[in-house]
Design a protein around this ligand. Sequence first.
Ligand SMILES: [Zn+2]
Length: 329
Amino acid sequence: MPQAHLSTEVAPGIYAIPVPIPYPFRYVNCYLLLPKPPSSGGAVLVDAALDTPEARGSLEAALKEHGLAWGDLEALLITHHHPDHYGLAGLIEAQGVPVYMLDVEKERGHVFWSEPERMHQAGMDHFRQHGITDGHLLGLEQEMAQTRSRVHPAQNPRTFREGERLELAGMSLRVVWTPGHADGHSMFLRETDGVLLAGDQILEKISPNIGRWAYAYPNPLAHYLRSLEKTAALGARLALPGHYRPIADIAGRVAELKAHHMERLGFLEGLLNDCPQTCWQLSLALFPGELTLAQRRFAWAETLAHLEYLVEAGRARWVNQDGVLGYLR
Ligand SMILES: [Zn+2]
């Protein structure tokens, strides 16, 4: 039997590599950019998956398919610092490959991994303030410790800026900053043919998690909704996302994602009454059913992002009860 290809050319010179990850998505898409003759330049990888033996093996095999090893890469571009996109960055950098990310993401995302003690304490205080009980905190700490063991941040990340044009792999890629999913989330637009390396800004099957983490900008949902407008306004022809398949109808998907958040805001507003409820309690109602603790953490952070949006819009308020915030209509 012929072996299945480990990478697929999804746009000229851009190969999608589905890399297995132990999360519900099952795969993260890394993209390999190769110059098309007569263009010159080196090979570039976009995003670095999570460090597991399966992920390393899958990426190494996909590179080999193109006659490449880690050290042959000219650059590694990172869309955002989340573990499934940044895990192998430090190991790839150690092979002599420079790692690039948005300046904002270095300051506000990369630090999550490079300053673990500070981030851990702030995160725990934030969980407690929003009603997560000690029983759950222990499980979350264990889960986070495992994730940290699978993420190797770059030692010396280099940065690019919003709007900058990166000349790499014989392509010109415009950096598009889209805060929301992460403060320094960025996309790369190849203007010559409207191909957009979209990170987790828009996904085909699910709404990307918009969470209010301890270290995130306040009101990330407002940022994300503005970033959705910015994404649609690019007029790109094909989005290559971090998970699932390419998206041709970008404006259509943006409209669906906006409608989804408006509906969820309305539903959450309807759960509020005159009796203060914590974000944790509200997240159980907004996301009912069986979820793993890790999924519960995302549900909680997403609920908090929506609560902040409602408060900011004057549709909800909160009271501080002995250090724990309760939300009211
Ligand atoms: Zn992702």
